[in-house]
Write a protein that binds this ligand. Sequence first.
Ligand code: TZP
Ligand code: MG
Length: 211
Amino acid sequence: MPDLSLYLVTDRELSLGRSTLDIVRAAVAGGVTCVQLREKRCATREFVAEARAVRELLVGTGVPLIINDRIDVALAVSADGVHLGQTDMLIADARRLTGPDMLIGISAECVADAIRAQAEGADYVGISPVFATPTKTDTAPALGLDGVAAIRAAVSLPLVGIGGIGPDNAAEVIRAGCDGIAVVSAIVSAPDPKEAASRLRTIIRAAKELS
Ligand code: TZP
Ligand code: MG
């Protein structure tokens, strides 16, 4: 299982005019351990081309590339994984397409979602939103740290918390039971994405040592 401790989720609209490739390059230099390419509005061939470019950028870094929502794009570029939501393809069907080796991450908003994802064979669960966030507003109510702890108690899969996480609260999310944190704006909208990633990585390392 790859290291999911600092998981970058891209968003071109929040990248302050910088390219996703530049953001990913800086974030990896700063220490992100996993990259999810998330494109909600671009044409499929553009998504594939971008994914391939990110794939090439990540060669030799040990940082896996996960594709949001699109199994076809993940397969086209030989990504390391795909991240699916509660209304995307069921894991069993996704697995038929991906084969056994590609990681499948599932978004969960409650204990029941996480238990089901584990029973169905997910490789990790993204739990969201941990805190309310302007980046994504069509979400369930925030889980809070108690919600994180409840999911931690219910499943043994790796858990990645997402939603409203940044340097001020990353440590408490790890201490509540997450194996990693996923961030969008804390890195893609930072004035210096490399520095932002490096700071978060240091915080996460320290929180893991203490927990
Ligand atoms: N899924 C649940 S919350 C979220 C996603 C993609 C957005 C998190 O963004 P930010 O800026 O890290 O709060
Ligand atoms: Mg999705």
